[in-house]
Design a protein. Structure first.
Length: 302
């Protein structure tokens, strides 16, 4: 237990789970592969080259594979919290903590991160560090799980635990909301921040299969104040029943929703376009609209 309000996630447990997940990652890489593909596709709208890029949270090299064949990027450094994933990389890689980046300021032209930043305790602090390691006019593209992730599982577990155990404990980790994402980028010092979200729906045989997959991916609950020890079997079975009753498809399988937040921001540079200062417009809005301009407080028709 901790009394520090900034420590939400158990990063020690996360590192252990990353190491276990790395051993059989090929069987669990489907979600990371899909998110990495969607993230890299956003580079198609950027008309410039990047000499040196960083993949922060590389897992099984899914971002590198999605980048293959793109001439806009020359060299890629991989970094991951887990040694097992860093060792599996097919290029230069190191073990690095997203909360304490070991890179000099202005090191990279591009930073990509898929499915890593939703586990940091100080997301604004991590974004500030990412902005710092970018060169002026460098680009950050990130993808992280958002607050709508696994809402079906959250609902089923809450009802089952309340019904059987007479109380509630944190069972699904809290993540950032889309409405806050662009503001976080701006607070971190990024220019032209943009955030958007997409939902990825994945079908499972049942809720228990979903929970097994989350554990194998290292994406299970990591809240520090989570209940320690094994969950009651009766609670999990009841949650699976509720899940099937409410969220089953006609085929009998169930759907799990993963909300993905895509973050886009540039390191500030003098060459970037600047917003106009108030009062500097060359033409009045009233002229463009074909109306008569009135001073503040003047009523129409007077």
């Amino acid at each position: 237990m901790t009394t520090d309000p900034l420590l939400v996630f158990d990063r020690v447990a996360l590192r252990r789970r990353r190491e276990r997940a790395a051993r059989r990652w090929g069987d669990q890489a489907f979600l990371k592969r899909e998110i990495a593909t969607r993230l890299v596709e956003r580079l198609d709208d950027v008309r410039r080259d990047f000499a040196l890029a960083l993949d922060l949270g590389c897992h099984g090299d899914e971002v590198a594979m999605a980048l293959e064949g793109r001439a806009t990027m020359q060299s890629l450094v991989r970094a991951d919290l887990g040694l097992g994933f860093a060792q599996k990389a097919r290029g230069p890689a190191l073990v690095a903590d997203e909360e304490a980046l070991p890179f000099a300021p202005g090191s990279f032209d591009l930073v990509l991160s898929a499915m890593a930043l939703h586990w940091v305790n100080d997301l604004p602090g991590s974004l500030i560090q990412i902005a710092r390691v970018l060169k002026p006019d460098g680009l950050f593209l990130g993808a992280m799980l958002g607050g709508g992730t696994l809402w079906q599982l959250r609902s089923a577990l809450t009802e089952a635990e309340s019904e059987i155990e007479g109380g509630l404990s944190p069972r699904v980790s809290p993540f950032a909301d889309l409405r806050d994402a662009a503001g976080l980028l701006q607070r971190a010092g990024f220019a032209m921040p943009v955030a958007d979200g997409e939902a990825i729906d994945i079908e499972y045989e049942n809720a228990l299969a979903l929970m097994r997959d989350l554990g194998a991916m290292g994406e299970a609950n990591l809240v520090i104040e989570r209940r320690r020890g094994f969950s009651r079997r009766t609670t999990l079975l009841r949650a699976a029943e509720i899940y099937a009753e409410r969220f089953a498809n006609p085929s009998g399988r169930v759907t799990a929703t993963f909300e993905v937040l895509f973050l886009h921001g540039w390191a500030p540079a003098p060459s970037q376009p600047k917003p106009l200062k108030p009062g500097s417009a060359a033409h009045r809005l009233a002229e463009a609209l074909g109306t008569t301009e009135r001073s503040a407080g003047e009523k129409a028709g007077r």
